[in-house]
Write a protein that binds this ligand. Structure first.
Ligand SMILES: NC(=O)c1ccc[n+]([C@@H]2O[C@H](COP(=O)([O-])OP(=O)(O)OC[C@H]3O[C@@H](n4cnc5c(N)ncnc54)[C@H](O)[C@@H]3O)[C@@H](O)[C@H]2O)c1
Length: 277
């Protein structure tokens, strides 16, 4: 029997948790820039009865994204797309964050939207970081949503002189992810498919651990200590949301970003995380 095909980019903790939750019985094509990560996750999952094909994929490169989509199409129509690839402010310079998290995500959503099966579903992982920054102007939001992908990195607001540091680059990238999901979900909808995002708070993964050990370590530890949940989240808790968004139970949800941060954003605006509180 032919299996449904799921393309997953980013073989990290969140990508793996989602693949494990929703990928059983499906053909999973798992791409990561570090192919060893993809192979390691495939090894664990295939040893637990899953069917995972690891490949090398760099989402900051359109050719590499098209190759990943081509690889997935070899197994049949792509019914699910999950993008959990990314770099954080302590892991990479401004240029890489914008190239991977902002441009790469936009290109992936664009290209996957041309290949997604009728009634398929996709999700990308953005971040609470996109929520805890000042409002952009309506025009800036419109540009992040709708600018042609090849023009995104040339936008005035993303020029090096207008990006303060890696955290600012990350926030802009994650804001762009959410705007892009709204824009692309309309195109995905023309194929009967849906597209959403999850905006996690601090989730214990290698990426977050790099943040705990980076220049903003105390800031991040304070953030989860003072949020209503009082703890960081887990990748499996993100998989709970992915399961809803990718299933029939989520059939009315598209173009949406699900904030799941233990209340950190709420506390940033109205609680003990408020700047100056
Ligand atoms: N962990 C958190 O606290 C947290 C919070 C908010 C958002 N996120 C987002 O979740 C996503 C997944 O992160 P994670 O926490 O699972 O981290 P992780 O470090 O466990 O996994 C990230 C994976 O992405 C891969 N990757 C990096 N650049 C890539 C590229 N150009 N092409 C393909 N793969 C690439 C890495 O090799 C790694 O395997 C990221 O987009 C991150 O920004 C994480």
């Amino acid at each position: 029997m032919k299996k449904d095909v799921m393309l997953v980019t980013g073989a990290g903790q969140i990508g793996m948790a989602i693949a494990r939750r929703v990928g059983f019985g499906k053909k999973i094509v798992l791409g990561d820039r570090n192919v060893e990560n993809a192979r390691a996750v495939a090894g664990i999952m295939n040893g637990a009865g899953y069917d995972v094909a690891p490949i090398e994929t760099d989402i900051s490169n359109r050719g590499s994204i098209l190759a990943a989509i081509g690889e997935a199409l070899k197994y049949g129509e792509i019914k699910y797309v999950v993008n959990a690839a990314g770099v954080s402010p302590s892991q990479a310079p401004v240029e890489s964050i914008l190239k991977v998290d902002l441009y790469g995500t936009a290109v992936l959503l664009e290209e996957a939207g041309k290949a997604i099966a009728e009634w398929g579903a996709g999700l990308t992982v953005s971040s609470q970081s996109g929520w805890r920054m000042p409002q952009l102007t309506a025009e800036q939001d419109r540009l992040l949503a709708t600018a042609p992908t090849e023009e995104l990195l040339g936008l005035e607001m993303l020029k090096p002189e207008n990006i303060r540091d890696t955290l600012h680059a990350y926030q802009m990238a994650k804001r762009c992810n959410e705007k892009r999901v709204m824009y692309e979900c309309v195109r995905w909808g023309e194929r009967g498919a849906r597209l959403n995002a999850i905006a996690p708070g601090i989730i214990v993964t290698p990426l977050a651990i790099d943040e705990f050990n980076g220049p903003r370590g105390d800031f991040y530890k304070n953030m989860f200590a003072k949020c209503p949940a009082g703890r960081p989240g887990t990748a499996d808790e993100m998989a709970n949301i992915a399961e809803l968004l990718l299933s029939e139970a989520g059939a009315f949800i598209t173009g949406s970003t699900f904030l799941a941060d233990g209340g950190a954003t709420a506390s940033y605006y109205y609680g003990p995380l408020r700047p100056g509180a």
